[in-house]
Design a protein around this ligand. Structure first.
Ligand SMILES: Nc1ncnc2c1ncn2[C@@H]1O[C@H](COP(=O)(O)OP(=O)(O)OP(=O)(O)O)[C@@H](O)[C@H]1O
Length: 504
């Protein structure tokens, strides 16, 4: 264009118009970004804009330092609300919350419905408080609303109704100030693949405002505390699931925030790593008393090990709240008894193998079909007649198992092995059934071990059922067996121990 016309480079029809357009756009987008950052993250409606204008979040924190508490009569209370939940609600709403660093006031979240689904009340009128040094555990099934509650506390989601206060800062009107006190470990590790463990900690320490001269100490302290020192220089994508989880929790705790929110912190960890993590969390909250921890879990064991108070959520509502002991005393209607018998002894096993072997070689008493089976199993008729086949070589077919069961006086027991129905006795019966179908036989020592284990467990079963009427079998994992004993008058824990001890 320059070659063919007399226009200058910055003339309107050369680059002038484009430069002006970009200039206006830059200013426009700057204010749009600013607006989106300051306005509530929920859908903008004229009513919400008006509400936001009234609250004016940019005016500073003073307007929200003293939260206004609704009177309890204004709140939506469910008629079937549990007494402890109601007491907690009334306590929080009446303002008797000394030493409380976080409280929720009728917090509610409704996800709007779409064309194909109805609106979903994920969290319904949640009211409770958490004190410094407390570890509060949320328990509940999938979809109970735990993660949504935490997301509202961390500002990821905005509440539909109600609000929560963190150090007196309202999470709805002043989410940034409220968030400043929180360390958060989300349910799914939010890590950057190519950053190393150390770089993650440094990055988050900087975001949280740790000063340069303390940076190395703070990062090193977390690496040591979470046993991540040997992985410090590994990029996060190479870490195991358990170590990723450790790093996520370490990130949440960096900068020593007074409130730490952990969404299922120990998911995917092996038992040792889990214990280790529990140790770190409890040291932080209950032992040092500095930090309030809020965690969600599916494990009652974890909640019991860590939490000073537990809230159980169902369908978005808090159904009970209290210390683990309080909940057990109020709602426990049974005792759980787990019995672990001694292992099958080598001498018993050897004896049984020998007895079965002798029975098998008692040739005259066998029908012809069984002899054929024996021949196939052991390989040579000579060894059958001489009776000196090694025990390990003998493999029992279906028919032989039935005969052996009859000899040993319990044909019913072996039927569970040979029936095609799935066998879930927990004593590796399922594997044996499969092996029987797959290979046509089970080695004698393995069958004998199963038989003796079943014998032990049957003896325990009849002892428990006759000693504690109303007891129910609650599963067997191959090493131990569980029963539920009815919790009633006249059957205290001491009675159960006494009875077991006398019959040990
Ligand atoms: N963005 C969303 N839009 C619509 N519904 C949602 C959304 N997020 C969650 N829900 C619904 O809200 C309910 C509560 O979900 P939430 O994730 O809080 O449960 P949870 O107790 O944390 O479950 P989990 O133990 O599986 O993590 C569920 O029924 C879920 O389907």
């Amino acid at each position: 264009m320059k070659d063919k016309s007399s226009d200058g480079i910055f003339d309107w029809n050369v680059t002038g118009a484009s430069i002006c357009y970009l200039g206006i756009e830059a200013i426009g987008y700057f204010f749009l970004t600013l607006g989106l950052e300051l306005l509530p993250t929920c859908k903008l409606t004229p009513a919400r804009l008006m509400e936001w204008w009234r609250k004016k979040p940019f005016q500073g924190d003073d307007s929200v330092l003293e939260p206004f508490l609704k009177s309890s009569s204004e709140t939506s209370v469910h008629l079937d609300e549990d007494i402890d939940v109601r007491t907690e609600r009334n306590r929080v709403l009446s303002g008797s919350i000394d030493n409380t660093i976080l409280f929720l006031r009728n917090l509610q979240k409704v996800y709007p419905g779409g064309n194909h689904h109805r609106a979903k009340v994920a969290v319904d009128s949640l009211t409770f408080s958490v004190q410094a040094g407390e570890c509060f555990g949320f328990l509940g099934t999938n979809g109970a609303g735990k993660t949504t509650t935490l997301s509202m506390l961390t500002g990821e989601e905005s509440p539909t109704e109600g609000t929560a206060f963190i150090f007196g800062k309202d999470i709805s009107s002043n989410p940034k100030a409220a968030r400043r006190h929180i360390g958060y470990c989300p349910q799914f590790d939010a890590l950057l693949e190519y950053l190393t463990v150390q770089e993650h900690l440094e990055l988050y320490a900087r975001i949280k405002g740790v000063s340069d001269y303390r940076m190395n100490d703070v990062v090193l302290e977390k690496l040591v505390e979470f046993d991540l020192l040997k992985h410090a220089d590994k990029p996060s994508y190479t870490l195991t699931g358990g170590n990723k989880r450790k790093l996520s929790v370490a990130i949440a705790m960096i900068g020593d925030p007074p409130i730490v929110i952990l969404d299922e912190p120990s998911t995917g960890m092996d038992p040792i790593a889990k214990r280790f993590m529990w140790e770190v969390i409890s040291r932080l909250s209950t032992r040092q008393g500095k930090t309030a921890v809020i965690l969600t879990t599916h494990s009652m064991n974890e909640a019991q090990a860590l939490c000073t108070r537990i809230g159980i959520m169902v369908g978005g509502r808090l159904r009970c709240i209290g210390s683990p002991q309080h909940l057990k005393t109020r709602f426990g209607n049974h005792l759980e008894l787990e019995i672990k018998p001694t292992e099958v002894s080598a001498s018993d096993l050897e004896n049984l193998c020998r007895i079965i072997q002798e029975m098998l070689f008692d040739i005259p008493s066998h029908p012809r079909s069984l002899l054929n089976d024996l021949e196939v199993c052991i390989g040579a008729i000579d060894s059958i007649t001489s009776g000196n086949a090694s025990v390990a070589e003998i493999s029992l077919s279906k028919e032989m198992i039935i005969v052996v069961g009859r000899w040993l006086g319990n044909e019913e027991r072996v039927k569970t092995l040979i029936s095609s129905r799935s066998n879930s006795d927990g004593l590796f019966g399922e594997q044996l059934s499969e092996q029987l179908v797959r290979e046509g036989g089970i080695p004698l020592p393995i069958f004998s071990e199963w038989w003796l284990a079943r014998e032990k467990f049957s003896a325990i079963d009849s002892f428990i059922l006759s000693s504690f009427p109303g007891a129910t079998f609650h599963g067997c994992n191959g090493l131990s067996v569980k029963y539920q004993l009815p919790y009633r008058e006249g059957l205290s824990l001491a009675d159960v121990f006494g009875h077991l001890e006398r019959n040990r």
